[in-house]
Design a protein around this ligand. Sequence first.
Ligand code: FES
Ligand code: FES
Length: 217
Amino acid sequence: MSEAHDFDQYDFLSADSSNELEIDPLAGSGTYTVVSSLPSQVQHAAEAVAGPPIPPASGPFATVSIRCTVNGEPVEVPEVWVADSLLFVLRDRLGRTAAKDGCGEGECGACLVLLDGEPVLGCLTPALVAEGSSVTTPEAYGDGDEVSGALAAHCGAGCGYCLPGIGLTTRALLARQPEPSEAAIRESLSGHLCRCLPPGHFIDAVNEAAQAVKRRG
Ligand code: FES
Ligand code: FES
């Protein structure tokens, strides 16, 4: 089921794979479609909450220390409130600001990070579930790999706000499926919103990154 909204946005699950800009992003108007099924990143966030044991804490203002690795570096974060999001801890406590704080409510995908290799939305994932886990933020890659190069080549005309999260989703996708179909690319990116560019730019970028990774071997 889908529902039409007036907004300057594009939907990765729509049938239109055109590279043509049909809506002027500066005009502040247009039409996009919201698909009511949950994107996989939200499902992963929900699984993360239900999965690993949460450190003991009691009372609404209880805090705990969490230990995890961030981009391979062991970190310990004291006084994490039970309601702190993983995004808040990464950005405001640890200074890893490449994951963006967009909508703050699971709609845009700008906050996406990898938790033990799985894409999760940092804004919806409690920081406590990172205890004992491996967290990967966009800083782990910088601008130096095939995905960064392909996104810069195909999506460089946009503002770039969505690109760190889309880059991580793309890397997780290519780790699972080295040669993804267009349908798999669209499903993978369906949790991301881009205000600047239509889906075709990102599909081309993912395909180019897949070919580049394959050539590297
Ligand atoms: S900031 Fe998390 S989905 Fe938008
Ligand atoms: S939001 Fe501007 S490039 Fe995607």
